[in-house]
Design a binder for this molecule. Structure first.
Ligand SMILES: Cc1cc2nc3c(=O)[nH]c(=O)nc-3n(C[C@H](O)[C@H](O)[C@H](O)COP(=O)(O)OP(=O)(O)OC[C@H]3O[C@@H](n4cnc5c(N)ncnc54)[C@H](O)[C@@H]3O)c2cc1C
Length: 299
C-alpha cells in the first residue's frame, strides 16, 4: 500500500484530519481540488481564533502547518474514481495517476445550490448568503430580506431579526404560510412581500435593492436565500458508501456513525459531506475526530 490514509479533499475537514494523522506519523496523502465551498467569502464568520479571516488564508496556514510533518503529502488534484480492494482502496486521479491506501477519508465538502435568480451568483457569500450566523454580523442593522417561498421562509425571517429590525420575507408570489406564521411574522415586525422578484441591484458584490417584476424596488443590503447541499461527485457511491436520508437542507450526505465511519469498512467521511451542520468549526472538529479514529483503526 502506498499510504496509510488518503484524505480526499483539503478543506477545513481534510486539512484538520491530515494534521492529526501527521502528528501520529501515519503516511498520509491529501488530494485536493482546491475549491472549498466558502472560497468566495470575504472572511470566515464565527471561527474562534480566526473570526473574519479570509478562507484562503486559513487553508494556506493549514497547509503550511502540514509541511512540518514528513509523513504528510498534500497534492493538488482530483480523485475521479476508486475501488475497494481486498485490503484497502485504490484511487484514480484526474492526472492519470493511481494511489492505494489502507484507509480513505472523504472530506470532499458539498455543492451548495441556491435559487436561480439573476444577480445572486455575483453576490454569493457576500451580500447574498445562506447562513446568517456566517454573514449576518456584516450586514447587521441594515435592511435585510429572506427570499423563500417555502415553509421555512417565515421561520428564517424571524431568525434574521437577531441582526436587524428591518426584515422582509419575499415570497416571490402569493404567500403560502403555515398556520400561525402570519401572526408570528407580525409579532416580530417582519414585512411580507408577495410581488414576484426579478433581480438584484447594486455594485457587485454589494446589494442595495431587490428588484420586482413590476420594476419597483425594495431597499436591501443583505439577502438570505435557501440552499440545498449535494455531493460533488459519485465517488462515495462508487466506493459503496450508503447515502443518509435526505434532510430539508442536505440532499444526499454520506451516512456515518459516531466515529465518522461510513457503511464501508475502512472508509470514513467528515465535514459537510457527512451531513453535519455546515460550518468551518464543525468541519475542523469532524476531521480531527475522524483522523483519531482512523489512527486507532490502523493500529
Ligand atoms: C459561500 C459560503 C460561505 C460560508 N461562510 C462560512 C462562514 O463564514 N463561517 C463558517 O463557519 N462556515 C461558512 N460556510 C460553511 C463552510 O464553508 C463549510 O461548512 C466548510 O467549508 C466545510 O468544510 P469541508 O472541509 O467539509 O468542505 P470544503 O471546505 O468545501 O472542502 C472540500 C475540499 O475537497 C475538494 N474536493 C472535492 N471533491 C474532490 C475530489 N474528488 N478530489 C479531490 N478534492 C476534492 C474541494 O475542491 C475542496 O477543496 C460557508 C459556506 C459557503 C458556501
Amino acid at each position: 500500500m502506498d499510504w496509510d490514509c488518503i484524505v480526499v479533499g483539503g478543506g477545513a475537514a481534510g486539512l484538520s484530519a491530515a494534521l492529526v494523522l501527521g502528528r501520529a506519523r501515519r503516511r498520509t496523502l491529501v488530494v485536493d481540488a482546491e475549491d472549498q465551498s466558502n472560497h468566495v467569502a470575504e472572511g470566515i464568520g464565527g471561527l474562534l481564533g480566526h473570526d473574519g479571516r479570509p478562507p484562503a488564508e486559513l487553508y494556506a496556514a493549514g497547509r503550511a502547518e502540514l509541511a512540518a510533518y514528513p509523513s504528510v503529502t498534500v497534492r493538488a488534484g482530483e480523485v475521479i474514481g476508486g475501488e475497494r480492494r481486498e485490503e484497502g482502496f485504490a484511487l484514480s486521479l484526474a492526472d492519470g495517476s493511481g494511489e492505494t491506501a489502507r484507509r480513505v477519508l472523504l472530506a470532499t465538502g458539498m455543492d451548495y445550490r441556491y435559487p436561480s435568480l439573476p444577480g445572486i451568483a455575483e453576490r454569493w457569500g457576500r451580500s447574498v448568503f445562506h447562513c446568517p450566523f456566517c454573514h449576518g454580523w456584516e450586514v447587521r442593522e441594515r435592511p435585510l430580506a429572506v427570499l423563500d417561498s417555502g415553509e421555512t421562509g417565515a421561520r428564517r425571517a424571524v431568525l434574521l431579526r437577531a441582526w436587524s429590525d428591518d426584515v422582509t420575507v419575499l415570497t416571490d408570489g402569493p404567500a403560502e404560510l403555515e398556520a400561525g406564521d402570519a401572526e408570528r411574522l407580525a409579532a416580530a415586525g417582519v414585512t411580507i412581500e408577495e410581488r414576484p422578484v426579478a433581480g438584484l441591484r447594486g455594485p457587485e458584490p454589494s446589494l442595495t435593492a431587490v428588484v420586482f417584476a413590476d420594476g419597483t424596488e425594495l431597499a436591501c443590503n443583505g439577502l438570505l436565500v435557501p440552499v440545498t447541499l449535494y455531493q460533488r461527485s459519485a465517488l462515495a457511491e462508487q466506493l459503496g458508501a450508503a447515502a443518509a436520508a435526505p434532510g430539508p437542507v442536505v440532499a444526499d450526505a454520506i451516512e456515518v456513525d459516531a466515529m465518522l465511519q461510513t457503511t464501508v469498512p475502512s472508509l470514513s467521511a467528515a465535514g459537510d459531506v457527512s451531513g453535519q451542520m455546515p460550518s468551518v468549526a464543525n468541519a475542523i472538529a469532524a476531521g480531527s475526530t475522524a483522523a483519531a479514529m482512523i489512527v486507532h483503526g490502523l493500529m
